[in-house]
Design a protein around this ligand. Structure first.
Ligand SMILES: NC(=O)c1ccc[n+]([C@@H]2O[C@H](COP(=O)([O-])OP(=O)(O)OC[C@H]3O[C@@H](n4cnc5c(N)ncnc54)[C@H](OP(=O)(O)O)[C@@H]3O)[C@@H](O)[C@H]2O)c1
Length: 226
């Protein structure tokens, strides 16, 4: 039995891929990499599984393939800087289906695997854009429908905490900072290197204690206001 099992959702590129890379450097760690299309991770302790969090059947199928997880990192999302008043219903539904209902589907599907172990950590990769107080008068970054979806994701963290904390679960959100991924580069150059953000986020996850459930962290360990 491997020492630690972590499932990373949205592992094909960007922050998710770097989570897989850094976690798999520990040979005792088993990493399950949730991807929409096959990816070769070239590492014996990485097991890819196909999972599209916008597709209920895909999530349910993936859930049946995993029996034990210590830590679930829900990282997959879509994002751009758009204005809410010029976002049509279809686009808003796409945001909600991917960034809000998708993560919840994932939690439901992998709850038995999380309950099979005692660690029971659920980590949502959130965004400062989902912080109500930080969005007031925001002049840049990803605003509009992305921010609305990330704020809803934050409330899911709090509600899951309320429903699961007594069963030994720790549910937390992490803002990765502004990171030079496909998504982060959409606002221009200047995002931090991906390994730096992920190293900081993994430090937060390693130190995550049960009584820190329902906390919104930044990648550097500081606290972000909900
Ligand atoms: N980069 C930043 O500056 C920044 C800042 C704040 C928060 N974040 C958050 O950090 C997380 C990772 O962002 P990133 O910058 O690494 O983004 P990214 O480079 O755009 O990568 C997004 C990842 O999510 C996957 N994905 C998208 N829709 C999916 C779906 N329906 N089902 C499964 N996987 C899906 C993508 O898979 P495919 O390759 O198949 O498309 C890809 O692996 C997101 O939650 C984002 O909101 C990022």
């Amino acid at each position: 039995m491997p020492h630690q099992v972590t499932l990373v959702i949205g592992a094909s590129r960007g922050i998710g891929r770097e989570f897989v890379s850094q976690l798999s450097r520990d040979p005792t760690h088993r990493v399950i990499a949730g991807v929409r299309k096959p990816v070769d991770f070239d590492s014996s302790n990485v097991v890819p599984i196909l999972l599209d969090q916008s597709d209920p059947e895909s999530v349910t199928r993936a859930g049946t393939q995993v029996s034990e997880i210590d830590t679930l990192i829900i990282n997959a999302a879509i994002g751009a800087d758009e204005y809410l008043l010029s976002t049509d219903d279809e686009r808003l539904r796409e945001y909600y289906d991917t960034n809000v209902i998708g993560p919840l589907r994932v939690v439901r599907a992998f709850l038995p695997a999380l309950k099979a172990r005692n660690t029971r950590q659920i980590v949502f990769i959130s965004s400062e854009s989902g912080s109500l107080s930080q969005q007031i008068n925001a002049k840049g970054g990803f605003r509009g429908p992305y921010a609305v979806s990330k704020a809803a994701g934050n409330m899911i963290v709090v509600q899951l905490h309320n429903e699961l904390h007594d069963q030994g679960f720790t549910v937390a959100a992490i803002h990765p900072g502004w990171v030079a991924t496909d998504m982060g580069n959409a606002t221009g150059p200047g995002g931090m290197p991906i390994p730096e953000s992920v190293k900081g986020q993994l430090d937060v996850i390693v130190k995550l204690e049960h009584n820190a459930s329902a906390t919104f962290f930044a990648w550097d360990g500081s606290i972000v206001p909900w």
